[in-house]
Write a protein that binds this ligand. Structure first.
Ligand SMILES: O=P(O)(O)OC[C@H]1O[C@H](OP(=O)(O)OP(=O)(O)O)[C@H](O)[C@@H]1O
Ligand SMILES: Nc1ncnc2[nH]cnc12
Length: 174
């Protein structure tokens, strides 16, 4: 799986800013068989973990997050960039590998005590999913696990997530 993903990930140097090597997953989206196998791999690696809801982070976290929720037969909840969600929301500021941003979640996204799988395409510094985890905690959710296609190990995002005590599934590491 790791090699199949790496073969398709496109490295774009100096995007979105100088010094960043951007790992572009769009070529993967054109390989239907691989997309289907990625979902099966996530499901297999998450076996035995109690998941009530998948929360996917805008925008690339929506792509496989919704497919994964559908496969797990649980609801999908979007965590969006500031100003995009229409209903009452709570927000969190954060730093990521190439800047700063704000994410939000609807106040009624899930029931208190729900076990949430947090999904995104890529784990870099972990700033984005850390902020997502804080939002989920504020709504009374429990982090069941994290899932990513790619992890950038040198940025130590996994260390940042340790305090949440949840399994981190990474299909590919750089
Ligand atoms: O671990 P971090 O350092 O926080 O970086 C990872 C985040 O950065 C990217 O999203 P981006 O904000 O570029 O948005 P996009 O998905 O809409 O492209 C990626 O999809 C993760 O959400
Ligand atoms: N190097 C990178 N490539 C793609 N998405 C990212 N998000 C944060 N860092 C990234």
């Amino acid at each position: 799986m790791e090699n199949r993903i790496k073969r398709l990930v496109r490295d774009v140097v100096d995007f979105p800013s100088e010094g960043i090597v951007f790992r572009d997953i769009t070529p993967i989206l054109k390989d239907q068989e691989l997309c289907s196998d990625i979902i099966a791999e996530f499901v297999s690696r998450l076996k035995g973990i109690n998941i009530d809801v998948v929360a996917g982070i805008e925008s690339r976290g929506f792509l496989f997050g919704m497919m994964l929720a559908n496969e797990l037969k649980v609801p999908f909840v979007p965590i969006r960039k500031e100003g995009k969600l229409p209903y009452k929301s709570i927000k969190q500021c954060y730093d990521l590998e190439y800047g700063q941003s704000v994410i939000e979640i609807h106040e009624d996204a899930f029931k208190k005590g729900s076990n949430i799988l947090v999904h995104d395409d890529l784990l870099a510094t972990g700033g984005t999913v850390y902020a997502a985890s804080e939002l989920i905690g504020k709504l009374g959710g429990k982090i069941a696990a994290y899932s990513f296609l790619i992890g950038l190990e040198f940025l130590k995002g996994e260390d940042l997530l340790k305090e949440f005590g949840a399994k981190v599934v990474l299909l590919t590491k750089y």
